[in-house]
Write a protein that binds this ligand. Structure first.
Ligand SMILES: [Zn+2]
Length: 143
């Protein structure tokens, strides 16, 4: 009986936990990229990541901008950045810029965005990478 009550309370607790709601717009500038496919993958990742990261509330609306090409993508990067990453998130505009869309990279970057929203400030570089890298690995296990 005691176990049953514990199970019921745990189920109710988990059911009542409200995880962060992530909504998005897609600005696809690359005709070679299938917007419908990106939308399906993004929707799924937006449901998985807040639960895996245990991030409650902190709703977030982002724009996913898929660049036409490398040259267009590089325009959003800081001028001193030599490498070309797959994606780059700009917190002020809440826009996640992609050179090439990838669901796992999206999961990583979305975690950065949610953590940034949650703590409302910057963490030191190395600490900053720990949670998104962990979540990206977890998403690879389940998706
Ligand atoms: Zn990162």
């Amino acid at each position: 009986m005691k176990h049953l009550l514990l199970t019921i309370s745990l189920t109710l607790l988990l059911a009542s936990t409200c995880f962060a709601q992530v909504t998005f717009d897609i600005d696809n500038r690359n005709p070679k990229v299938n917007t419908a496919k990106v939308e399906v993958q993004t929707t799924k990742i937006c449901q998985i990541v807040p639960k895996l990261a245990g991030l409650e509330a902190t709703d977030l609306h982002i724009t996913i901008c898929i660049a036409k090409d490398k040259q267009e993508f590089r325009q959003v990067l800081p001028k001193d950045q030599k490498e070309t990453p797959k994606a780059y998130y700009i917190r002020i505009t809440k826009t996640l810029h992609f050179y090439k869309y990838d669901a796992y990279v999206f999961a990583h970057e979305l975690t950065h965005a949610l953590v940034d929203e949650y703590i409302g400030g910057k963490l030191p570089e190395k600490i900053r990478e720990v949670i998104p890298t962990y979540i990206e690995t977890k998403v690879r296990d389940v998706y």
